[in-house]
Design a protein around this ligand. Structure first.
Ligand SMILES: [Zn+2]
Length: 347
């Protein structure tokens, strides 16, 4: 081992939110299908982490929002899907409504070795490991930057670096240049250019905006360091597991009703079976169809009949507020519950 490297006792990607991605993504050479696969597996892992259902992991395709996120056009999303379907990484199904017209398209993630769709088990948060799919961990923050990097070769080189960090179980590790290049499957010239680019701050055009891509790695004397995108230095983050400011399990049905009503600016009527009744004014926040979305405050659950999105209210709230982590959602809930109840003054 290189003596200059200080051995630090810390977990890989400590302080980052991460998700699992199948190793097959490496062979997609950073092209649009690779980026799409990363974004879909992030969704799948999120979907599995916050729900308590047993069964296959599926979610609405929402192609337009993915295209915006990845800054590509809709037709490239379509061809990227076909590539992933050929490689058995995903399958798509179309829902047909009772009237016969096509509804939302749903995506399921698969085990690329067998083509079987992945099953969620409520007691396992790590979806791919639970389904014995060979995978590696990717920090969500890195994926956000991957979505902004326009060159596929630079994306391939960064994905390979993240994979090698998983192998080494460290964000600072020794790796031969040729091994890294082979892992990324790009040619020598593009590789050298990509390593240089990823070590610098870049400004790139993303849609109509100019976006800053920070320094993401440094390679010096055979040592590769994945840098903290926030500081541009080797990461010194504290472990992520911040205590939640409220225990969701201990929240009452009326607490949940108050919080969700406040966020949705909507009143609910709970039926005898515990589920709220659906009206044509209540839209599903996932597929945006009316009259298909209902909630169960006592069981802290929600469900949509149209897109089959469902799970815990904590997950729903995370989606509605756009917050990144569950501790942030917990803080948000505490804030609402502590604020005085607004009562309408009777005239
Ligand atoms: Zn829906």
């Amino acid at each position: 081992m290189n003596r200059r490297i200080k051995r630090i006792d810390r977990d890989l990607f400590q302080g980052y939110r991460t998700f699992e991605c199948p190793v097959e993504v490496l062979s997609l050479r950073g092209k649009i299908p690779a980026l799409l696969a990363l974004n879909l597996f992030l969704r799948a892992c999120n979907r599995s982490e916050h729900s308590n259902f047993e069964g296959r992991v599926r979610f609405p395709a929402l192609d337009a929002s993915l295209a915006r996120k990845m800054n590509v056009n809709l037709s490239s999303i379509g061809s990227a899907y076909r590539c992933l379907e050929r490689r058995k990484l995903v399958t798509r199904t179309r829902n047909r409504s009772i009237a016969g017209e096509y509804g939302t398209t749903e995506v399921s993630v698969c085990n690329p070795r067998t083509g079987q769709t992945l099953l969620n088990s409520p007691d396992r948060a790590d979806l791919l490991t639970a389904n014995t799919v060979s995978s590696f961990e990717v920090p969500v923050e890195y994926l956000e930057h991957l979505n902004h990097i326009p060159q596929s070769s630079a994306r391939a080189v960064l994905i390979a670096a993240i994979y090698l960090a998983n192998e080494a179980q460290a964000e600072t590790f020794d790796v031969a240049r040729c091994h890294w290049r082979k892992t990324s499957s790009v040619c020598e010239k593009s590789f050298n250019h990509a390593v240089k680019m990823l070590g610098k701050v870049q400004r790139v055009q993303h849609g109509k905006k100019k976006i800053k891509v920070p320094k993401l790695l440094r390679y010096n004397g055979g040592t590769l360091i994945l840098l903290d995108p926030q500081t541009g230095k080797p990461s010194q983050r504290e472990p992520l597991h911040r205590k939640m400011s409220i225990d969701f399990e201990l929240m009452s049905a009326s607490d949940w009703e108050r919080v969700i009503s406040e966020v949705r600016k909507e009143e609910f009527f709970t039926k005898a079976n515990g589920w709220t009744s659906t009206t044509k004014h209540n839209f599903c926040p996932f597929c945006h169809y009316p009259a298909c979305f209902n909630l169960n405050f006592a069981e802290q659950a929600f469900h949509c009949f149209k897109c089959h999105e469902g799970g815990k209210l904590g997950f729903l709230l995370k989606h509605l507020t756009g917050l990144n982590t569950m501790p942030e959602v917990a803080d948000y809930i505490v804030q609402i519950l502590r604020s005085p109840i607004e009562t309408e003054v009777a005239v």
